[in-house]
Design a protein around this ligand. Structure first.
Ligand code: FES
Length: 168
């Protein structure tokens, strides 16, 4: 084992005790900008990850869509109207007022037809039959036609549909 000279010992001691080099203002500013950038980047990623986990869903609101003229619906009869988006509504004048139904059969999705002489909807696919209130009369369907809410304004029939579209 060798014993270092006294001169070597004092040099090591001086190096160990030397204060850390001071940052210049420019280095400090650059360091600060880098740290802020990193914090903002991490914050942005956290916000995006949070919105991925908990998506922001626009609130559900009811929108009235014009279907057709009230005068087009015969007394105790039904009329089919086209709606935007390739959809349809059947508006029926029942003993208790107007009712709207989706014409899509609840069995396998064929479009039902109104038979005014029988006051019934009959599905052409498997002869499912519904009364003028959408209730199943006979055939394979297990549930009534889907009802669509209606309003009447100034002689126009409007269908009220829920939507989540953002206001433009
Ligand atoms: S699809 Fe209508 S009865 Fe089958």
């Amino acid at each position: 084992m060798t014993i270092p000279h006294q001169h070597e010992q004092s040099t090591r001691h001086e190096i160990a005790a030397a204060p850390p080099p001071r940052q210049t203002r420019r280095e400090f500013a650059a360091d600060l900008v880098m740290k802020l950038g990193a914090m903002l980047g991490i914050g942005g990623l956290a916000v995006r990850f949070g919105s991925f986990l908990i998506p922001v869903v626009p609130p559900l609101k009811m929108v009235e869509i014009p279907a057709g003229k009230l005068s087009a619906i015969p007394k105790l009869g039904a009329t089919m109207f086209n709606l935007p988006g390739n959809k349809r509504v059947v508006v029926v004048d029942t003993e208790k007022g107007l009712r709207g139904f989706s014409p899509v059969c609840t069995h396998l999705g064929c479009i039902v037809r109104w038979h005014g002489d029988k006051k019934q909807f009959i599905c052409p696919c498997h002869k499912g039959t519904f009364d003028m209130n959408g209730r199943v009369v006979s055939g394979p369907p297990q549930r009534p036609l889907d009802e669509m809410k209606l309003t009447v304004k100034g002689g126009d029939v409007l269908v009220v549909v829920p939507t989540r579209e953002e206001a433009t």
